[in-house]
Design a protein around this ligand. Structure first.
Ligand SMILES: NC(=O)c1ccc[n+]([C@@H]2O[C@H](COP(=O)([O-])OP(=O)(O)OC[C@H]3O[C@@H](n4cnc5c(N)ncnc54)[C@H](O)[C@@H]3O)[C@@H](O)[C@H]2O)c1
Length: 259
């Protein structure tokens, strides 16, 4: 039901874990209605519990962003609930390493999620933003989009593709007051890493300990630190910023050549 006092609304994809969950919490705490999207139903339910415990007005939709109808459905759900979409955080992504030959089997999936999934998410929300005459899209790329990382060629290509798309959409939709930007996170300790570490008997504390020395600040980021950059880019504080990528890597890209 649309109320006369609809809050601003943020759609966050990949909100079941990591950076996406942190974004959902950040926007929610700032007073946004939050539509949280993820393909993993259990993880999304866990995020919803956290959002509701924090008093956030939220709605969850289980959807795979690589499927255009699923993206259209989550945009429709936001519009039905709140009547507006102010922000899209296009965050859902898969991280797969391996040499070109090793990663060949994952090539299509990486492109489907990391590139087409971002495109489909944007396509789903842009009509509502254009109709209202404004909005902000923040895409989650990666520091790997701007530096070379051994064994990550396909993932890196997908994240560089996100930056190209970000610039094109910024050019195409600026005249309607829609800003499109990206964040390029460096190493960020998320559920993905914690789960992988747990499978090897490594605790979250040990995992963070192992990131000591990363970048110029000597540590990896926490998801909330990436969410803070994303929130800034989406907020009115960044009202004159569009078509830009902010690198949030604790200075890692300045040290990469020294390894
Ligand atoms: N964590 C890092 O160090 C890091 C660094 C650079 C960039 N990134 C990027 O940040 C984004 C978030 O990653 P994270 O580290 O929080 O990972 P994560 O695995 O903790 O969370 C990603 C979430 O996205 C969901 N997801 C994946 N594919 C999906 C799909 N097709 N449809 C809907 N949901 C989907 C997953 O279920 C998961 O809940 C990704 O785009 C990733 O590439 C992460």
């Amino acid at each position: 039901m649309i109320t006369t006092h609809s809050p601003r609304v943020a759609v966050v994809t990949g909100a079941g874990a990591g950076i996406g969950r942190a974004c959902a919490l950040r926007f929610g705490r700032e007073g946004y209605g939050v539509l949280a999207v993820d393909r993993a139903a259990d993880d999304l339910a866990a995020s919803a519990d956290q959002l509701r415990a924090a008093g956030v007005d939220c709605l969850t939709v289980v959807a795979d962003v690589s499927e255009a109808p699923a993206c259209d459905a989550f945009a429709a759900a936001a519009l039905e609930r709140w009547g507006r979409i102010d922000v899209l955080v296009a965050n859902a992504g898969v991280q797969t390493g391996g040499s070109l030959a090793d990663a060949d089997a994952d090539w299509n999936r990486i492109l489907e999620v990391n590139v087409k999934g971002v495109a489909r998410s944007c396509a789903a929300v842009l009509p509502a933003m254009r109709a209202r005459g404004g909005g902000a899209i923040v895409m989650v790329s990666s520091i790997n989009a701007v530096i070379g990382v051994r064994g990550m060629a396909i993932y890196d290509a997908s994240k560089a593709g996100v930056l190209g798309m970000m610039r094109s959409l910024a050019v195409e939709h600026g005249d309607r007051g829609i800003r499109v930007n990206a964040v390029c996170p460096g190493a960020t300790v998320t559920d993905f890493h914690e789960r992988r570490a747990a499978a090897r008997g490594i605790t979250p504390a040990q995992l963070r300990d192992r990131t000591r020395g990363y970048g110029l600040l000597g540590r990896a980021a926490e998801p909330a630190e990436q969410a803070a950059v994303i929130y800034f880019l989406a907020s009115d504080e960044a009202a004159f910023i569009t078509g830009q990528a902010i690198v949030a890597d604790g200075g890692y890209s300045l040290t990469a050549g020294s390894n």
